[in-house]
Design a protein around this ligand. Structure first.
Ligand code: PLP
Length: 261
């Protein structure tokens, strides 16, 4: 069987819990080859994000072109981009060099710690590029910002998904973990406007770091393995759920996903 291959374009979390570090662990565990272009470096530990460094745009561009010209990826997973110039560059290069490849976009905006991971001025850009992606995976806070509405219950999640679809997003998976409810009722809306409910029991752990990054990566791996959209999202959700149960505290702040038994 051919090896499924994804390209991850995301930020680095040097403490290993989120960003490109958890993305690669997720891909390996999901039997998928991962290449990685690092969109930015954060100064971060399990407690906080204290700085972000962006590589020169031209250098980032060279890296993306270099791997795209060499490797035929099945799916491109995009995580933290941080600011408008990086969003423009990444989507510009992908449009030119990798047209029609499936893009899974995690519209990363705020960390579990509350630190800002997307400059405010880049929000409008994010609304544009969600239309160029095969799937977007916002959490509740990101869905509120992208859909310009408050989300208080499951009905609102559906309304926000429909609004994002009307605004041009193709497939939308809204993660409901941040909503206070007995169960975590995540919603997938596909491009035929069909809703799927992907529900989990709520696990009583505080602030596990990196789950959003890992989820979008696991979905990307499943899509690279030619699974259907529903199966890709549902299996990835199960992977994260099992890994949340198996979380570890490696530092003084948020727990993280261990990715092994
Ligand atoms: N750091 C990087 C580089 C990320 O890409 C992300 C999330 O996507 C985070 C931190 C935040 O992760 P979390 O919200 O799970 O803390």
């Amino acid at each position: 069987m051919k090896t499924p291959k994804i390209l991850i374009i995301a930020g680095s979390d040097p403490s290993g819990g989120a960003g490109i570090q958890t993305d690669i662990k997720t891909a390996t565990n999901n039997k998928t080859y991962a290449a990685a272009v690092i969109s930015c470096l954060t100064v971060q530990n399990t407690q906080k994000v204290s700085d972000v460094f962006y590589p020169p745009i031209s250098f980032l561009k060279e890296q993306i072109i270099s791997v795209l010209e060499d490797i035929d990826f099945d799916v491109i997973k995009i995580g933290m981009l941080g600011k408008s110039e990086i969003i423009d560059l990444v989507f510009g290069v992908l449009e030119e060099k990798s047209k029609n490849k499936k893009i899974v976009l995690d519209p990363v905006m705020v960390a579990t710690s509350g630190d800002i991971l997307l400059e405010k001025t880049a929000i409008e850009k994010m609304k544009e590029v969600m239309k160029k992606s095969f799937l977007i995976t916002p959490n509740i806070d990101e869905a509120e910002i992208l859909a310009d509405m408050k989300i208080s219950d499951q009905n609102d999640i559906k309304k926000a998904a429909l609004k994002l679809s009307e605004n041009g997003a193709k497939n939308i998976f809204i993660k409901a973990g941040h909503l206070k409810s007995e169960k975590v009722t995540n919603i997938l809306l596909d491009e035929n406007k069909k809703f799927y409910i992907i529900e989990n029991d709520r696990l009583n752990f505080n602030d596990i770091h990196g789950t959003g990054c890992a989820l979008a990566s696991a979905i990307s791996c499943n899509l690279a393995q030619e699974k259907s959209l529903y199966d890709a999202v549902n299996l990835a959700n199960k992977y994260i759920f099992e890994n949340i149960k198996n979380n570890i505290s490696v530092g003084k702040g948020s727990a993280i996903l261990k990715h092994f038994d």
